[in-house]
Design a protein around this ligand. Structure first.
Ligand code: SAM
Ligand code: SF4
Length: 321
């Protein structure tokens, strides 16, 4: 079992498979970064798997693949298959922008993927294009339909932004409700990489928009999820992720691995340690020692707040959001 320095049980590993992305979302990567990590610096699926296997042996029961855009990695289904062959009952999920999903959704499901979170910020082609930097909506919607048809459990992520998609909060909620998918509204997290004139919405403003149309009831947080759940009168449940609060830190169960092999104890901190050399040498004991060390130093709570400048400068596309 993996326990961090504050006594929290850690059983959730998020793996960023690449920092590269085919979108240029205004809130994440509005410009192509000055330089990408060279492809040869990325951990191969074989090396990643060596770490994943050890992490599972140590107590990881839940894995999420993210990025950047994870569907840009060739042979993604092969990596999923490797993990699921080793641990068929692993809770294996992925976060994607959905653009390249339609042709591969069935393969991913057959390889063992269980759940998908797909980002959908607008149902209007021109707004979606403005946020993502190119015309994306048709492909994303096809990706969502293909994932549902393949039998994957799908949740939708939306980041509401004032003057851009804030008038679509209810539309997206209803789109998801009609298809049996949970939507999670994510408060925009300010960061140095984002477009500077963006204005996010506070959780209570997002709820106000929904309350204009629906009566909502609080449910609460489930397990270690950062999403606070709400329910409509008809039983439909949606989530709100409010990173400006620290109240999910006390039940934090996660650790992150970047595509280059850095283990990150908290999304909002710059500290990280690399397991790359260890796994490339096949020294799994050393990789596990580093994992335990990083967990021992996992901070008690994130430093995220608008008043502090101490939060990490690492981009969301590197850490996987
Ligand atoms: N490319 C994939 C995608 O967009 O779903 C996975 C990686 S992305 C970094 C993961 C999640 O982080 C997405 O749902 C995205 O909306 C969210 N995200 C990225 N930057 C954000 C920001 N500044 N504030 C809030 N959420 C953000
Ligand atoms: Fe790419 Fe996802 Fe970041 Fe958008 S949020 S730029 S899709 S990594």
């Amino acid at each position: 079992m993996l326990i961090d320095g504050h006594g929290r049980k850690v059983n959730y590993l998020r793996i960023s498979l690449t920092e590269r992305c085919n979108f240029r979302c205004q809130y994440c990567m509005p410009e192509k970064p000055f330089s990408w990590v060279p492809k040869e610096n990325l951990l191969s699926f074989e090396d990643l798997f060596k770490f994943v296997r050890a992490a599972i042996d140590e107590g990881i029961t839940k894995i999420r693949l993210t990025g950047g855009e994870p569907t840009l990695r060739a042979d993604l289904d092969r990596f999923i298959q490797m993990i699921c062959d080793y641990k068929p009952d692993i809770d294996l999920a992925m976060t994607t922008n959905g653009y390249l999903l339609a042709p591969i959704a069935k393969q991913l499901k057959e390889a063992g993927l269980k759940r998908l979170n797909i980002s959908l910020d607008s149902l209007r082609p021109e707004v979606a294009a403005k946020i993502a930097g190119k015309d994306v909506l048709a492909n994303v919607l096809k990706g969502i339909e293909a994932a549902l048809e393949a039998g994957l459990k799908v949740k939708i992520n939306m980041v509401p932004l004032k003057g851009l998609n804030d008038n679509e909060i209810v539309d997206i909620l209803e789109y998801c409700k009609d298809r049996g998918m949970q939507v999670r509204f994510i408060e925009y997290m300010e960061n140095v990489h984002a477009h500077s004139d963006l204005e996010g919405m506070h959780g209570k403003e997002i709820l106000e928009r929904i309350k204009r149309r629906y009566t909502i009831h609080k449910i609460g947080r489930q397990g270690s999820s950062p999403a606070f759940l709400y329910q409509l009168e008809d039983g439909y449940t949606f989530g709100l992720i409010d990173p400006h609060k620290h109240d999910f830190c006390e039940s934090c169960n996660r650790i992150r691995l970047t595509a280059e092999g850095y283990l990150i104890p908290c999304l909002y901190f710059d500290e990280a340690m690399s397991i790359k050399e260890a796994v490339q040498k096949g020294d799994i004991d050393e990789a596990v020692r580093i994992l335990r060390l990083v967990l021992a130093n996992k901070p008690k709570e994130n430093r995220w707040s608008e008043e502090t400048s101490e939060a990490s400068s690492r981009a969301f596309y590197e850490t996987g959001g």
